[in-house]
Design a protein around this ligand. Structure first.
Ligand code: SF4
Length: 121
């Protein structure tokens, strides 16, 4: 496998088709997909993979909050987004569903709180 070929599994439905994505004569060609959604997924993975990012943020009292982006963001921005999450100011009275960071790393995605684990000691 080279940089011009990718083997991946489509995650758009539970079938999980095994995809091969190649660049041939300047075109991106996907095979192994059972439907057009797999072709779309394969092309996205090949050119600009997207991921929902999750993280655990430590609170000063010893508790933690779990956060995630509210939509998939470019995978290449993963470390910058994590850095922004971990350097964000601690929220006062964090609650499930609150927006923790708006437009994180200028991606258009918000980081939302999905769980609050307070250390009551
Ligand atoms: S290619 Fe279509 S059928 Fe196959 S896993 Fe993706 S969405 Fe499902």
């Amino acid at each position: 496998m080279s940089n011009n070929e990718l083997q991946t599994i489509c995650i758009r439905c539970p079938i999980g088709c095994h995809l091969t994505v190649k660049r041939e004569n300047g075109e991106i060609v996907v095979s192994g997909n059972n439907c057009p959604r797999g072709a779309e997924y394969g092309k996205q993975e090949f050119t600009n993979p997207m991921r929902t990012i999750t993280a655990v943020y430590k609170l000063k009292n010893g508790g933690t909050i779990c956060v995630r982006t509210n939509k998939a963001v470019e995978k290449v921005k993963y470390f910058e987004i994590l850095r922004e999450i971990h350097s964000a100011p601690e929220p006062k009275n964090p609650k499930y569903g609150d927006t923790f960071i708006s437009n994180v790393y200028n991606t258009g995605a918000d980081v939302i709180i999905t769980a609050v684990n307070k250390d009551e000691d």
